[in-house]
Structure formats: structure tokens, C-alpha cells
Design a protein around this ligand. Structure first.
Ligand code: PRX
Length: 653
């Protein structure tokens, strides 16, 4: 609560410099006009779709909304890979053929540049590889790769032939990969022998083998890029080397003319149950949303070298490393490795050497750099930077100020962008030349986006009161469903404010008197660890799958660096002792089941968990205990008050 109060007392306001305003893609006047137009979202988005996206066939109807299902640009036909590639090779932009599309830097220091012309050829080749393997329009392709150009090539090749990709972050375990492959019913997997991370290698192909060991399911082919040179097992008939297939493939592949609502990708994200949800995005609306927002918010120009540090395995990487950036014809930088390898200044070194102009990263990274010390930043010439962005979690005003002062040299506007896997693109953010910023606030919704902060009944709260963040009108990048689970889609996002027809984002927020939004964090059982979403139930299911665990409850505890740290309360099964070794064993087990990002920071053993008389775990109490806070509020429904006392005693020991 103290944190919220201090946030709402934040009075500092920052204006962009006149130089920035002069050159901006969207200035105050443009934004005023668009906000007016955006009062009728369909009209605004139709205009954006015409201006920023190339269509083979125009649409007939901008929005068809049958609660809770939306269709945008009905009847229109287009191709996302055409928009990211072909249209930069012809007409007035034909000169971009020899412009850098991707500047890649590997963790060992290898650099590769792919021009738009080269990227186009490679994408066409790989699209033919997929076709030759029997992949057809509508088939799902799983991609499990390090951050190397082949990842971008594979995803754009899928888009070219209309085969939705399902990218699984390379930090997820074999178990997590298996669930995602099977849930999507993928027919092929594209992977690499491994990737470089913190000076060692991550063995991706071995994880694919493990994921497919018990049953290949629908998977018929596995394509393997050689990256680290580590030895891998190749299963005859199923596994193929990328380079062998590419050598044979033709570089000519016309883009499929796809329906605006054709599925572009599935991306799994955590929810409030143990099972991750496959968020479905389609082509026309998504591309319109990400291309327009990238143009306006990142102010992209042909002279920019843009760097978003997110992995393509997350939505930020989909929308703002690849689709939104390449559709604008900009140069996107991809970095493979860890932010602090081989030294604490790796990021700043990359910015200096490649003359990065726009830099987009997560608050958790900023907080890590603050702790490492500003001398590592100061060593480098960052004068190429002109705009900074953050995403993924609330940024505390002090981290914002440090970013502004130390990285941005007080001259770069900061865009704090609020959005989600489900929203597809940025929803609430400053437009840098047109919206003044306040440290810790993502400011106001993008034109054509309508958001509100409401109470339990769905009524707007009075500023500066807090409530639930909702989106009150459909938007083009919105998810079209949860793969294979329409009931869960309705339940999760639309049921809570059914009577109003609002989308429930799962975040708590405040709005100040100027209408600025201050997002506080999740209000459901989803944790945000270093900007990554992890469900408490997911970690609980991983824990109870271990024979030593009888019962587990997982909560988040505030953490200075990662935002949230995972704390697990575990009751050992009969015959198992609460020992330090078991703690380590369980942490390893969770990393094996889900991935290292889900490894609990702390595991506490307890002989019982606090429950209500009806048997529900009282997480609220556990959250207080984990945070070392006084347990407040009603405990009268607690079945056994002794449990609480014993947990508290442990604390004092
Ligand atoms: O809680 C919000 C937080 O991240 C959640 C979405 O996570 P994910 O789907 O993984 O997408 C992250 C990247 C778009 C949101 O529900 N979040 C994201 N951006 C911000 C944020 N919280 C505060 N401020 C932000 N700028």
C-alpha cells in the first residue's frame, strides 16, 4: 500500500525535447486528430490498416463483434511475410533491398547482417523446405530455438505459407515443450543443436528428443540448425539438418493470399490453472496493430537501428523484434545471449558498436544494471540513442529516473508500454512527441484503444482510487481465442464483466486526475518474475509431481530485482524429511518440469498449509508470511489457527 501511495504522489513530469518533437512520426496535432477519430475505433483502425499494411484484397467489414468473438477486416486478404519483406523490395522502397533487416550478434561475439533482399530469399527457401516436408496451410509448426536469424527466417516462412507457428521459449524445459507441441498438434519442430548462454551452451535438440521420446504425436519432421556444433543424435527419417534442406530448396515462393482472420501464430502463456494457454493471434488485425504502434510509439525511421532485448519466444519478441519492426522496414537488432556476458557492460557495448538508436527492455534488466553500477554504462558512448522503452512489469520511479539519466543522458523520451500476450500489441503507452511522461506511469491508451479502471461491479472508479484494468472496446490485435478451449477463453477474459462486455486484463491499476494509468500488477494467481508470466498453479503442479511432496502452495513475494520472487510452502510426504538437500532437489525438479525461470527462490517446509474450513488454501496469508509482513485481515475462516502460529514461529527462528 505504501508503494501505491508513493507512486500516486509522483509529481515529476517530463516533456520531449523540441528536437525530438520536430522529427517525430506523430506529433501532438496528429495524435489529437487520431484520438478524435479513435472515438470510433473501427474508423481509426481502418485508416491505420490502409496506411500501414499492404493488402492483396481489401476488406468488406472492419469489425464484426459477436461477444466475445471479434473478426477484424472481414474479407480482406494479405500476408504477414509479404508485409515484412516483399513490399520493401519493390515500388518506392525498392532501395531497402540492400538495407539491413536484421543485425545479429551472437553471444560469442559473431556478427551477421541480413539485408531485406537476403532475408527474403532465405524466408522463401525455408518456406519451400516446409512445403517439401509436407507442411500445409493451417498446419502448426513448433519452433524451439536460440535468438539467431534462423528463428526469424523460420517464423516468417511459416507466415508465408499460412502455417501458424508456435514458438516455445528456449529456456523452457523438455516437459514444457512436450505439452506445448502436443496441445498445438504441431506437425514439425524447428530447432538448433543448441544456443549460447552465459558462456556455456543450452542443449535444445536434446530437449526436443526428450520431448518426443515417449510419443512423437503429430510431429513428423524435425529440422535442426547447426549453431553450437555440439554433438546431437539425429533420428533417421524424422530429423534433418537445416543446411541440407536449404541447399536443395528454391528461393522463389509466392506468399499465400490469406484471409485477414487466418491464424498467424499460437503463443503459450501462463494463466491461473496449471495448464498454459495457447493464445491465438490472426493476421490482419494483429499486423495492423503492431505495425501502427511500432511506427508511432518507437517513432521508427529508415535511419534507425532498433533493439528490443526480449527473446522472440515471448510476445514482445513476436510483435516488436519481428513483425511490427520489419513491417515498418526498419533495422532490428537480435542478440543471442545473456545481458551480462562476458562482462556487466555487454548491452552498452552492443549499443555503442552498432549505434543503436531506439532501445526497448524490461524494468528487471534496468534494476539489475542499477545494482551493477553506472560506471559500466558510463564507459560507453551511448550518444546514438534517441528513444527508450520499457515493458513487462511496472517500473518503479527510481529505476525510471536512472534509465532516463544514465542510459538516456536526459535527452531520450521513455515509453513505458503496457500490454499483454493476449493484447497482441501495445495498448497503453506514451506517444513520445505527444504525451508527457511521469515516472512509473504507462500514461494513456493509444488512439483507438479504450481502457478503464473499474470496481467489482464494472463501474469506473474515481481517481485516484484503484480497481481492475479493463478494455472496453474490441481492438485489432486482440487474441481470437485459446487454442482448443473456447470455454476457457470466455471464462478467463469476458465473464467477469459480462454485463458490460469488457475485457478483463487481470491487472490492478489506478488512474490519476489527468487520466494517466498506473498499473500495479496482477490481481490473479499469476506471478510476474523478471517480466515473465508464471502461474502459481503451474509451479504447484510441478512440485506435487515429486514423490517427496504431499502438498504445495506457491505465492509471489516482492523482490527488488526480479519484481516478484517465487516462494513455495511445501508439506513433505510421509517418510521424507524437511532437509536442505530436499530444498535443492525440489528447486531442480521445478526447473526440469517448467524451466529455470520457474525455479522457486525459496522453499519453506511446513507440517500443514493454512486452509479455510472448506479446504481452500489461504494464499493471502501465505503472501503476507512470505513477504515478512504482519498477517492482516480476517483469519476467522481459517480451519486451524495453529498452522499460522507455527509458520510465524519459523519466521522468527
Ligand atoms: O501485469 C502486466 C505486466 O505483464 C503482464 C503481461 O505479461 P505477458 O503476457 O507476458 O506480456 C508481457 C509483455 C507485453 C500484464 O498483465 N505488464 C506488461 N507491461 C507492463 C506491465 N505492468 C506494468 N507496466 C507495464 N508497462
Amino acid at each position: 500500500m505504501a508503494e501505491i501511495e508513493s507512486l500516486l504522489r509522483e509529481k515529476r513530469v517530463f516533456k520531449p525535447s523540441p528536437e525530438f518533437v520536430r522529427q517525430a512520426n506523430w506529433n501532438k496535432k496528429t495524435v489529437r486528430e487520431y484520438r478524435k477519430l479513435g472515438e470510433k475505433p473501427e474508423r481509426f483502425w481502418a485508416r491505420m490498416a490502409r496506411e500501414h499494411v499492404s493488402w492483396f484484397t481489401p476488406w468488406k467489414e472492419t469489425l464484426r463483434f459477436k461477444w466475445p468473438n471479434a473478426k477484424w477486416f472481414v474479407g480482406g486478404k494479405l500476408n504477414a511475410s509479404f508485409n515484412c519483406l516483399d513490399r520493401h523490395l519493390e515500388g518506392p522502397n525498392a532501395w531497402r533491398r540492400n538495407k539491413a533487416a536484421i543485425v545479429f550478434e551472437g553471444e560469442p561475439g559473431d556478427v551477421r547482417v541480413l539485408t531485406y533482399g537476403q532475408l527474403h530469399r532465405e524466408v522463401c527457401r525455408f518456406a519451400n523446405v516446409l512445403k517439401n516436408l509436407g507442411v500445409r496451410k493451417g498446419d502448426r509448426v513448433a519452433i524451439y530455438m536460440p535468438m539467431i536469424p534462423e528463428l526469424a527466417i523460420a517464423m516468417l516462412a511459416c507466415a508465408r505459407i499460412g502455417a501458424p507457428h508456435s514458438i516455445v521459449f528456449g529456456g523452457f524445459s523438455a516437459e514444457a515443450l512436450r505439452d506445448r507441441i502436443h496441445d498445438a498438434g504441431a506437425v514439425a519442430v524447428v530447432t538448433a543443436d543448441g544456443g549460447h548462454r552465459r558462456g556455456s551452451t543450452v542443449k535444445l535438440k536434446a530437449a526436443v528428443d526428450e520431448a518426443l521420446r515417449a510419443e512423437a504425436g503429430s510431429v513428423r519432421n524435425v529440422v535442426v540448425v547447426r549453431r553450437t556444433g555440439d554433438a546431437v543424435d539425429m533420428v533417421p527419417g524424422r530429423d534433418h539438418w537445416w543446411e541440407d534442406l536449404m541447399r536443395e530448396a528454391s528461393p522463389v515462393c509466392p506468399p499465400a493470399k490469406l484471409d485477414a482472420e487466418h491464424p498467424l501464430f499460437i503463443l503459450y502463456t501462463s494463466g491461473t490453472t496449471g495448464k498454459p494457454k495457447g493464445i491465438l493471434h490472426t493476421t490482419g488485425g494483429y499486423l495492423t496493430h503492431v505495425t501502427t504502434t511500432a511506427h508511432a510509439i518507437f517513432d521508427l525511421k529508415d535511419t534507425d537501428t532498433y533493439w528490443c532485448t526480449a527473446d522472440i519466444g515471448w510476445i514482445t519478441g513476436h510483435s516488436y523484434v519481428i513483425y511490427g519492426i520489419l513491417a515498418n522496414g526498419a533495422t532490428t537488432l537480435m542478440y543471442e545471449g545473456a545481458p551480462t556476458h562476458p562482462g556487466p557492460d555487454r548491452f552498452w557495448d552492443i549499443i555503442e558498436r552498432h549505434r543503436v538508436t531506439v532501445f526497448y527492455t524490461a524494468p528487471t534488466a534496468i534494476r539489475t544494471f542499477i545494482r551493477l553500477g553506472e560506471e559500466h554504462v558510463r564507459k560507453h558512448d551511448l550518444s546514438s540513442l534517441r528513444l527508450l522503452g520499457t515493458v513487462g512489469e511496472p517500473i518503479n520511479p527510481e529505476a525510471w529516473m536512472w534509465y532516463h539519466r544514465v542510459v538516456g543522458g536526459r535527452r531520450c523520451p521513455i515509453v513505458d508500454t503496457w500490454w499483454q500476450t493476449e493484447t497482441g500489441g501495445i495498448m497503453i503507452s506514451p506517444i513520445p512527441a505527444a504525451v508527457d511522461t511521469k515516472p512509473g506511469s504507462c500514461t494513456v491508451p493509444f488512439p483507438g484503444i479504450h481502457a478503464a479502471v473499474v470496481d467489482d461491479e464494472g463501474e469506473e472508479v474515481k481517481p485516484p482510487d484503484g480497481g481492475f484494468l479493463v478494455i472496453t472496446h474490441p481492438w485489432p490485435g486482440m487474441l481470437r481465442g485459446i487454442w482448443g478451449d473456447p470455454a476457457r477463453y470466455r471464462e478467463t477474459y469476458w465473464k467477469r464483466f459480462r454485463h458490460k462486455g469488457y475485457y478483463f486484463a487481470g491487472d490492478g491499476a489506478h488512474r490519476d486526475k489527468q487520466g494517466y494509468f498506473w498499473v500495479m500488477g496482477r490481481v490473479d494467481d499469476v506471478m510476474n518474475v523478471s517480466g515473465h508470466r508464471i502461474g502459481t498453479m503451474e509451479v504447484e503442479s510441478a512440485l506435487v509431481s515429486h514423490p517427496a511432496v504431499a502438498e504445495a502452495a506457491v505465492v509471489g513475494r516482492p523482490d527488488e530485482i526480479t519484481g516478484t520472487a517465487i516462494v513455495a510452502f511445501v508439506t513433505p510426504a510421509l517418510g521424507f524429511e524437511a532437509e536442505a538437500e530436499l530444498v535443492e532437489e525440489l528447486r531442480r525438479h521445478v526447473a526440469h518440469e517448467i524451466g529455470p525461470i520457474a525455479r522457486p527462490a525459496e522453499i519453506r517446509f511446513t507440517d500443514a498449509l493454512p486452509k479455510t474450513r472448506s479446504g481452500k488454501i489461504m494464499r493471502r496469508l501465505l503472501r503476507d508470511i512470505a513477504a515478512g509482513r504482519e498477517v492482516v485481515g480476517d483469519t476467522t475462516t481459517l480451519e486451524d489457527l495453529g498452522v499460522l502460529a507455527r509458520l510465524r514461529e519459523q519466521e522468527e527462528e
